[in-house]
Design a protein around this ligand. Sequence first.
Ligand code: HEC
Length: 127
Amino acid sequence: MKSLGFYVQYWRSFFALGACLVAPSAPAAPVCGAPGKPACPWQGYMRTRLATALAHRDFRELERRLAEVAKRNPEPTKWHNWNKFALDGAQAAHEGRLRGVVAACARCHAIYRPEHNVKYRERKLPE
Ligand code: HEC
């Protein structure tokens, strides 16, 4: 005859296993920005507004959109360089300096995109 402890252990592991099967173990699937999903809000905005304006060398539109990007800083009290990069880019667009515009895109992408995408990827664009 097995000891009572054995049966208690046995049932414990049985329920533990059951709990694992019911508990959601995998992280929730992304709702956007993955294959087969629509673009995420910022991603769509970047593609249709910023990248399109850049492709057309539309400096007026670039100036306007980069100023808009500055206003839409997701962490305005912390991400000061977000505004700096965007507004430097807007200024470069105003002066018709393509290199300055592209530098602004690249700086923000290098410094802020990773953190943005961890924290705010699925969030709607701030107005
Ligand atoms: C101040 C910040 C900032 C500036 C300036 C900026 N971007 Fe972005 N951009 C982002 C962020 C954040 C993302 C990530 C969005 C996402 O993946 O959800 C992004 C993503 C993109 C993407 C990727 C979309 C994809 O397919 O994944 C493109 C294209 C893009 N930006 C174009 C531009 C261009 C062109 C400029 C300059 C004219 C520019 N961006 C300037 C913040 C910025």
